[in-house]
Ligand binder design. Structure first.
Ligand SMILES: [Zn+2]
Length: 321
């Protein structure tokens, strides 16, 4: 046995791509699903358990179904809805209701999963919200700060919900983005943060990012808030997060001018590699400037991240230093 271990170590040291003599154990998989102008992410734990965060707009429910099927083998244990905007909840409602768009029928998606959101105050009356309301009736639970979802050896902890931030800061707000539910995913030394469209003080929105960053400290991967809007990803918070990789969920030639150049500049200044689901603004139109991606960025469509408990991780198969 000892001899075998020595031989294996010797074999491993001959590999051109350094690392694992020591056993790094199983990876978790993070997927930023390409849902155009919207957001949806999937986290698959070390035991195959899966967390689905948002589901893009209704038009992109197919991408969500495909991602759950191909990356999680159709399994979903936990569903988190960050907030009630249609570009997060529309596709998710359709996924949960299934093709017949009726609740509690055989074609429902993620039928056995726990469903978490910040609650329903009845404010949102769009078609997307009405469908989501139908899908959550009788099953959704209000997520609490500090709540932990198990993903095998990894876990996801709720760090912001409905204007409250882990560590004690609270805002009373009706701003849908500021109410976003956020989770910090941990796998050993590796950390990734998902906080929907959380606001960071830009465009006169409340700054929840700074108290959140003070609480979380550094993260390896940041799922960039609000598709790279200038309202979020403030310099103060970013200096505390210091992400090595930033995932931007954004549609090509969207009407919001996402991602904001100021956000990309801040990510570049912080040394983060930027990986995007969509191309952003391909040519200037109206008030939108063409997106100038920082050096080392990549537009990947659906973005796959494999992360190990020693903190090493790969985006699209390439290790991020
Ligand atoms: Zn959004």
């Amino acid at each position: 046995m000892r001899l075998l271990a020595v031989l294996l170590l010797a074999a491993a040291s001959c590999q051109p791509h350094e690392n694992p003599p020591e056993d790094r154990g199983p990876a978790i998989l993070i997927v930023a699903v390409d849902v155009g102008q919207g957001a949806s992410a999937l986290v698959v734990g070390t035991d195959g358990s899966a967390l689905l965060i948002d589901g893009g707009a209704s038009s992109h429910v197919g991408a969500v179904r495909d991602a759950v099927a191909s990356y999680a083998g159709g399994r979903v244990d936990h569903v988190v809805v960050t907030h009630w905007d249609a570009d997060h909840v529309g596709g998710l409602a359709d996924f949960l209701l299934g093709p017949d768009r009726r609740a509690r029928t055989a074609d429902d998606g993620a039928a056995g999963a726990d469903l978490w959101d910040y609650g329903d105050d009845g404010n949102c009356t769009t078609q997307a919200c009405e469908r989501y309301r139908l899908s959550r009736t009788g099953r959704a639970r209000v997520v609490e700060l500090g709540q932990v979802l198990r993903l095998g050896d990894a876990e996801a902890e709720c760090v912001t919900v409905n204007g409250r931030v882990a560590g004690g800061t609270a805002f009373t707000t009706t701003d849908e983005n500021a109410r976003s539910v956020g989770f910090l995913v941990r796998h050993g030394n590796f950390r990734a943060l998902f906080t929907g469209d959380l606001t960071g003080g830009g465009d006169a929105n409340p700054d929840l990012e700074t108290p959140l960053a003070r609480h979380t400290g550094p993260v390896d991967v940041l799922h960039v808030n609000h598709h790279g809007s200038a309202a979020s990803t403030a310099a103060t918070a970013l200096a505390m997060w210091r992400p090595r990789a930033a995932l931007v969920s954004v549609g090509e030639d969207n009407s919001y001018c996402h991602p904001a150049q100021s956000v990309l500049d801040r990510l570049e200044a912080q040394g983060a590699r930027v990986f995007s689901t969509g191309a952003g603004i391909t040519r200037a139109q109206g008030s939108c400037r063409a997106t100038s991606w920082p050096p080392g960025s990549a537009v990947l469509g659906t973005v796959e991240v494999n992360a190990y408990r020693d903190g090493t991780f790969y985006v699209g198969g390439e290790q991020v230093p």
